[in-house]
Ligand binder design. Structure first.
Ligand code: HEM
Length: 466
């Protein structure tokens, strides 16, 4: 057996306390300053994980994302196993991870998603109809309801009682789970009213609801005609021919919910926050939407994700000595692919603090320099789903409400347990609203056609004024 001697990159000359304080007090944009001047790969403190390697150059990002599955892991020390379950994609590596992914990817393939459009639009219209006029309000919670309902209908295939049951208790449970994930010391069952005891009780409620959905699905004579993700997973099988077990289905559905609901809502809320500070882009977007186009809108979504990445970086762990450029990273060491630093590198994105959707018009984002969805064999399964949902929600907003611009300073980044959201909730003000007619009833995704086949505060203010 050959052993490879560890060769670590230079350490960022800043103390652990200083780095942590920057992150905690100033958020990811303030932390950018800390990293400025460091090399493309540095040894530093990864808040929450101790010493680790921070990667801020696309060439090295590529090496991390394409490293063999047995050399670089994605779940070794990920704190999600206890909250999401041992069958979650976030808790698995190598062959077991690949096996889950093989089943999860087809239902989320872009071609399948077109039929979900009507559901995304309907959920958006339902929220818009309740928005006050000429009054500030937070968009994060409405966006959370849109993205939760969308997942329950298109992924879980929930309707009627099951839909209402899940919709009622999931938001508070997911929020509790998110905070408990980052506070392992609290993960002790000290009775039903302790945070972890409450979490476990709600997990049993979730499991019971999903068991009912699974039983209904297995008994459904028309399962093959259904287009929700659960229906597709119930019909799928592993390479050895075995189907997914209830335990696997439950952990995966929970993982999808946690990974897909708050992230998409926070990105949408940032979209409102950015656009209110850029009325000239809103005008162009509206004209484009009225003409049936989407190029600028899709570029805007990509620019929001570049400039306000709700997941600020991607974690990996060396499982065997990992050769990264000239360095050799030892087993167990954390590798942090720093999305925020890459997304604000002026040599990749000129004037990185300027909100400029045009940089993505007619340009395909680079696989290793635009990484809000992570990358490689662990890249977000729901990336196409999220993109399409954000596209439909934004289009529906543009066509139905008149967003009032603001000269308020940019909102800061606030971590909410899963994702970074605008600190004030993405405040909106709406001048007028089209008469919104809701006709379609809520129900699972039985849609025809589917299945047919802040920089440092000053900089941000300048941007708002720009
Ligand atoms: C704007 C919205 C979203 C963002 C920013 C986001 C971001 C991410 C990131 C950074 C990862 C980790 C990737 C890696 O380690 O390389 C991930 C994984 C994942 N995401 Fe998303 N996500 C979003 C929406 C969604 C949606 C809508 C779904 C499903 C409906 C989803 C399902 C998943 C799953 C299942 C994984 C685990 C993949 C694996 O381990 O193989 N995400 N996401």
């Amino acid at each position: 057996m050959t052993t490879t001697a560890t060769r670590l990159p230079p350490r960022l000359p800043i103390s652990q306390a200083a780095i942590t304080a920057r992150y905690v007090l100033g958020g990811p944009m303030a932390a950018l300053k800390v990293r400025a001047g460091g090399g493309p790969v540095v040894l530093t403190t990864i808040p929450g994980f101790g010493d680790g390697i921070s990667v801020t150059d696309p060439a090295f990002v590529k090496q991390v994302f394409t490293a063999p599955a047995d050399v670089v892991h994605g779940a070794d020390f990920a704190p999600l196993e206890r909250t999401l379950g041992k069958n979650s994609s976030f808790a698995l590596d190598e062959a077991p991870h690949l096996a889950q992914r093989r089943l999860l990817l087809p239902p989320f393939h872009g071609g399948r998603l077109a039929g979900y459009e009507a559901i995304f639009e309907e959920e958006t219209l339902r929220e818009i109809a309740t928005w006050p006029l000429e009054q500030d309000f937070r968009t994060l919670e409405p966006m959370m309801r849109i993205t939760l309902n969308a997942i329950l209908r298109t992924v879980f295939g929930a309707e009627d009682q099951e839909f209402d049951e899940l919709r009622t208790f999931l938001p508070s449970w997911v929020k509790l789970g998110s905070y408990l994930t980052s506070a392992p010391a609290l993960q002790k069952d000290l009775g039903p009213w302790s945070p972890w005891g409450k979490f476990l009780r709600m997990r049993r409620r979730f499991d019971a609801a999903i068991d009912r959905l699974i039983a209904d699905g297995r008994a459904d004579e028309r399962l093959a005609e259904r287009t929700d993700v659960l229906a597709l997973l119930l019909q799928a099988s592993y390479d050895d021919g075995s189907p997914m077990t209830n335990a696997q289905l439950k952990d995966q559905l929970l993982s999808i919910l946690v990974a897909g609901h708050e992230t998409t809502a926070a990105s949408l809320s940032w979209t409102v926050e950015r656009l209110r500070r850029h009325p000239e882009i809103v005008e162009r977007l509206r004209a484009e939407a009225e003409a049936g186009g989407s190029e600028l809108r899709e570029a805007t979504i990509r620019e929001v994700q570049r400039s306000r990445s709700v997941i600020t970086g991607t974690l990996r762990w060396a499982h065997q000595p990992f050769e990264l450029g000239d360095w050799v990273i030892p087993p167990r060491m954390t590798i942090y692919v720093d999305g925020v630093a890459i997304h604000h590198d002026p040599s990749i994105y000129p004037e990185p603090h300027r909100f400029n959707p045009d940089r993505f018009v007619g340009v395909k984002p680079d696989t290793y320099a635009w990484i809000p969805f992570g990358g490689g064999r662990r890249r977000c399964v729901g990336a196409a789903f999220a993109h399409m949902e954000m596209d439909v929600v934004l289009r529906t907003l543009l066509l139905n409400v008149d967003l009032v611009p603001t000269t308020e300073p940019s909102e800061r980044w606030r971590f909410r347990g899963v994702a970074f959201a605008p600190s004030k909730g993405g405040v909106a003000r709406v001048r007028s609203r089209a008469a919104v007619a809701l006709v379609a009833p809520r129900g699972r995704a039985a849609v025809p056609g589917v299945g047919d086949d802040q920089p440092p505060a000053g900089g941000d203010r300048q941007e708002a004024a720009a």
